[in-house]
Design a protein. Structure first.
Length: 118
């Protein structure tokens, strides 16, 4: 299940656009779905909640954990089904409907997007 922890770093490392949301860089993720797509078509979905928690779904099962932002870095720490060390990366500006390239598990290139709704 470390797949989801590694994928999390690629996915939800973004800051909400717009001055009203600037106080909470993850606001654009709440109530929405962050989708990570690997080159082989494998997808991971992350559901990021206000207050520092997240859940995820992949072909390998479900996961959950916590997230935090400090010093320009967004870190995700998987807690279930097994604990994993934090995965961190720089926070960047993204909004619902955005799609971008990132790095997933093992350095694999991934396409990330924020889709409206869960």
């Amino acid at each position: 299940m470390k797949f989801l922890a590694k994928a999390a770093i690629a996915a939800a490392i973004f800051m909400a656009a717009g001055p009203a949301l600037a106080a909470d860089p993850m606001a654009s993720a709440y109530g929405n779905t962050v989708v990570i797509t690997y080159g082989d078509g494998t997808t991971v979905k992350l559901f990021i909640d206000e207050g520092g928690s997240y859940t995820g779904e992949s072909p390998m099962g479900a996961t959950s954990g916590s997230w935090s932002i400090s010093g320009g870095q967004t870190c995700f720490t998987q807690q279930s089904p097994e604990a994993a060390p934090p995965s961190c990366g720089p926070t960047v500006s993204k909004s619902v409907g955005d799609s971008w390239q990132g790095t997933g598990q093992g350095g694999a290139p991934v396409t990330l997007s924020i889709q409206a709704g869960r």
